[in-house]
Ligand binder design. Structure first.
Ligand SMILES: Cc1cc2nc3c(=O)[nH]c(=O)nc-3n(C[C@H](O)[C@H](O)[C@H](O)COP(=O)(O)OP(=O)(O)OC[C@H]3O[C@@H](n4cnc5c(N)ncnc54)[C@H](O)[C@@H]3O)c2cc1C
Length: 824
């Protein structure tokens, strides 16, 4: 495990002492909520890190204890422009207030040196873990890759900050960063090695010469420019106390605007060289000594970064950036060594070897430059990053064995979820609980565009339905340009339902994810109806904008006054009148109809009340803006109204719809319902597998990190065997769902109805069990909105009713069983 942030402190070093009373007075006046009359006020120093001295302030005791972090300039004469704590404060404030980049919250800045001797600022203390050694000793192999992936994502997230939008446009000059940095750090090197100081190394001059000649063109064009951290290493990241995700990027002393590839190379230094303050010498990095089990290789780490940030593979200029990183580290180490000689290195005695290490870094940089190959020309295949249960399946071709294409999409999807969805969940929920709940978060629309670009769009469209719709559309050739890739992409990636099962599951891990990939309910079921049963006009008018993600849809079948699990009860009338139909009735639980983007409903009603029982019903496309449609209220599920999509009660009063909007023809509603509910129903089951997986993961993490009565929850009672039983149930249900998808592909809706019904009963019941146990393990937090569990549970619970209650499906399964027996 990593070190806990609170355990990294020691007594304040004598060279760094300051007036605690003055600090207390300042903090009490300037930090909102700072205790004014505490029982205790203590200051200790973080021993780790060694640029700007950093202190832990503890105010009060017991349950009223509050903790803060103070960062200040070191005492004494300092190198020009170094240790600018005011800049650190500025960047942290901008990122904290305007972005999702994980950083500690800052409270106040003091630039007056008379208060405690130097400028300083006070920020939030982050309770979490810091991994000081990049080899991650004492970390389970299975978690090492997750920690490295989170590291790559944190770097990508800070590199994605829009500096112009958050007031950091003047935080530095973007172009020619490397050129300026080489000059700056060489100047600092010269200053640290002038007369009477550490000896100069002639090889440093050789290195600088090579660097100056090899600066990549992208440095002057600004193509790779943006916010740069300047010291991005794993030990400058605070990880969540139990989950493998970054909650804070710290130590922003060297941040500026500039060439972001320098951060990337610097974050990979440990693969090439092993530089540790406590060691006498620089030694070989992980590339040579071997990767600890489970750890990502450097190309894998870079692949993770590139796909999260959208940056190209950096092979072309990699040698320069790595050599530059070593040069800069050598210059910094020389400065630290010089400060140690003067007696004010904040790392104290640990800095005694930095002089020798600086020279070894120069040596290593020159050897690196001399190497033939430093990074493969192309990114690695994704095989290594796969979750263990799929690793062995890559080249398999058996039934229920995903092929390479699916596995690659799956990995892309997993990365997208980790980079873009999970970090936004709180933000999406916040909007959905505010006065603006019925509006769409702009980030959702941005992520939709990103998902399209990444080829993660409309993955649900089954290959056979796509082919049918394209054939129908052929008559509209002038209107739609079939030849463009973007048009073709609207019809997904040519997957079967079975193949989609492996992907839909991942989307189900978050209630916010499916719509970002245009794979949310009820749209997928509705699009499937138009794909399979729509004529060319209906496809062109409604399906194309739905596939483009420009509009959304609802499915209006259920009615308040009749038991709608038996659709023959439905009373809404669809009466023919010339070239139109007139609709009258009330629907409720029309999911998605509250969404401001919802433009079309597929409505089921009766066109002939006297026809045979299953021929009375029809389905018709209804424009939401037609006069006579009144959205009466949003319904809630255990208090969740699922804004901004919602579940609406709607009345239809003489709603006049063009006759051409009827689907397939009068009296064919039941036939379509059977077709629609097959795939749409199964998508719910696939998503429930993902929701259960998320529950398992959160449950295990919580149990491994929380102690009650002296033991971790994981060590209590029958936890382990309970967890194992849930895993057995989950895996069994997953196989059932995949099997149902396979049947749907091979035999169609009607023949697959038995196994579809089994999946529809099994999936919500299994997910509910897992999520319920996960909530229990989380204690009160589990039932709150602080975790995703309660919302996932509420959604899973509705699926024992929505799309047909359990009893109806059990009836189908039982009937088929008896039929089989009667034929024996
Ligand atoms: C969150 C959510 C979203 C929904 N979204 C939509 C939507 O988008 N569009 C839409 O049209 N509808 C939607 N629904 C409605 C849903 O499909 C219906 O609620 C469902 O079909 C059951 O109909 P009902 O509520 O009228 O229950 P009823 O038909 O009144 O049934 C009530 C109960 O009777 C019992 N029962 C019924 N049949 C049998 C049987 N054969 N044997 C034994 N017991 C039985 C079951 O316990 C059942 O739960 C949604 C519902 C929810 C909760």
């Amino acid at each position: 495990m990593g070190s806990r942030t609170g355990d990294l402190v020691t007594r304040v070093q004598s060279a760094h002492r300051f007036d605690h009373d003055a600090l207390f007075r300042f903090a009490a006046d300037n930090v909102s909520g700072f205790p004014t009359n505490p029982s205790q006020f203590t200051v200790s120093q973080f021993g780790h890190g060694q640029s700007n001295p950093t202190f832990l302030i503890e105010v009060g005791s017991g349950s009223s204890l509050k903790r803060y972090v103070l960062r200040k300039k070191p005492p004494g004469k300092l190198l020009e422009s170094a240790h600018a704590v005011d800049r650190e404060f500025q960047v942290l404030k901008a990122l904290g207030e305007h972005t999702q980049v994980p950083v500690p919250k800052v409270f106040c800045l003091c630039t007056d040196p008379t208060v405690i001797g130097t400028a300083f600022y006070i920020m939030e203390f982050m309770q979490g873990r810091i991994f000081i050694d990049p080899k991650l000793p004492n970390v389970a192999p299975g978690r090492r890759s997750a920690i490295y992936r989170a590291t790559a994502k944190a770097l990508a997230s800070l590199h994605s900050a829009d500096v112009d939008a958050i007031g950091l446009e003047k935080y530095g000059r973007r172009a020619n960063y490397c050129k300026r940095q080489i000059d700056r750090w060489f100047k600092q090197y010269l200053a640290s090695t002038s007369e009477g100081k550490p000896e100069r190394n002639p090889k440093m001059f050789e290195l600088v010469d090579w660097l100056r000649k090899s600066i990549p063109a992208e440095d002057s064009t600004g193509a790779t420019s943006g916010l740069v951290h300047g010291d991005f290493r794993i030990d400058n990241l605070v990880f969540h106390p139990s989950e493998d995700r970054v909650i804070g990027i710290i130590d922003w002393e060297l941040s500026t605007l500039g060439n972001q590839m320098c951060d990337v190379a610097y974050s990979c230094m440990h693969y090439i060289v092993n530089v540790q303050l406590d060691q006498e010498h620089v030694s070989e990095g992980l590339e040579t000594t071997g990767l600890p089990e489970g750890m990502l290789s450097m190309p894998e780490f870079l692949l993770e970064y590139c796909s999260a940030s959208g940056k190209p593979w950096p092979a072309a200029n990699w040698k320069f950036y790595v050599a530059f990183s070593m040069f800069r580290a050598a210059s910094i180490y020389t400065g630290v060594y010089n400060r140690w000689l003067m007696g004010n290195a904040s790392a104290g005695e640990r800095a005694r070897n930095t002089g020798a290490q600086a020279n070894e870094l120069v040596e290593s940089a020159l050897s690196y430059i001399a190497r033939q190959n430093v990074l493969p020309q192309h990114p690695p295949s994704v095989k290594r990053n796969m979750s263990p249960s799929y690793e062995s399946l890559v080249d398999g071709s058996g039934r229920l064995v995903p092929n390479r294409k699916v596995l690659e999409l799956r990995q892309k999807l997993i990365r997208f979820m980790e980079t873009h969805i999970y970090p936004m969940e709180k933000e999406f929920s916040k909007l959905a609980q505010s006065d603006l709940r019925w509006t769409v978060h702009p980030e959702e629309e941005r992520l939709k565009e990103l998902a399209k670009r990444e080829g993660l769009w409309n993955l649900f469209v089954p290959v056979d339905s796509a082919a049918r719709a394209k054939r129908e559309l052929a008559a509209f050739e002038n209107k739609h340009d079939f030849s463009t890739r973007s048009f073709d992409q609207l019809f997904g990636e040519g997957l079967t339902n079975l193949e989609y099962g492996y992907l839909c599951e991942i989307m189900g891990r978050s209630v916010w994810a499916p719509q970002v990939f245009n794979c949310g309910a009820p749209d997928t079921g509705n699009m499937e109806v138009i794909l399979r049963y729509g004529n060319k006009e209906q496809i062109s008018e409604w399906l194309i904008p739905l596939l483009e993600g420009k509009i959304r849809s609802g499915f209006a079948m259920t009615e308040p006054q009749v038991a709608s699990s038996d659709a023959t009860n439905i009373e809404c009338s669809i009466r023919r009148q010339g070239d139109s139909y007139v609709i009258n009735g009330t629907k409720w639980w029309t999911s998605g109809a509250m969404d401001p983007r919802c433009r079309v409903l597929i409505l089921m009603g009766k066109t002939d009340f006297n026809a045979p029982k299953h021929k009375q019903q029809s389905m018709i496309l209804v424009d939401m803006q037609t006069p006579g449609i009144h959205v009466k209220r949003p319904l809630t599920v255990f208090g969740f109204d699922d804004a901004p999509h919602g579940h609406a009660e709607i009345s239809f009063e003489n709603v006049i719809v063009p006759a051409k909007n009827i689907l397939l023809g009068e009296g064919r509603g039941f036939e379509i319902a059977q077709g629609r509910l097959g795939p749409g129903r199964l998508h719910h089951c696939m998503r429930l597998i993902g929701a259960a997986e998320r529950g398992m993961e959160l449950m295990a993490q919580r149990a491994l990190s929380r102690k009650t009565f002296g033991k971790f929850i994981a060590e209590q009672g029958s936890f382990v065997s309970d967890l194992a039983k849930l895993r057995v149930e989950l895996e069994g249900t997953r196989l059932l769902v995949l099997e149902a998808a396979d049947h749907l592909d091979k035999f169609g809706n009607k023949k697959a109805r038995g196994i579809l019904a089994m999946a529809k009963v099994a999936a919500p019941n299994m997910a509910l069990k897992v999520l319920d146990t996960a909530m229990q393990v989380h204690g009160a937090a589990g039932v709150s909105s602080d975790t995703v569990l309660a919302h996932l549970w509420a959604t899973a619970r509705t699926l024992r009713i929505a799309d047909g209650p359990d009893e109806v499906h059990l009836g189908t399964i039982g009937k088929l069983e008896l039929q089989r027996a009667s034929k024996l």
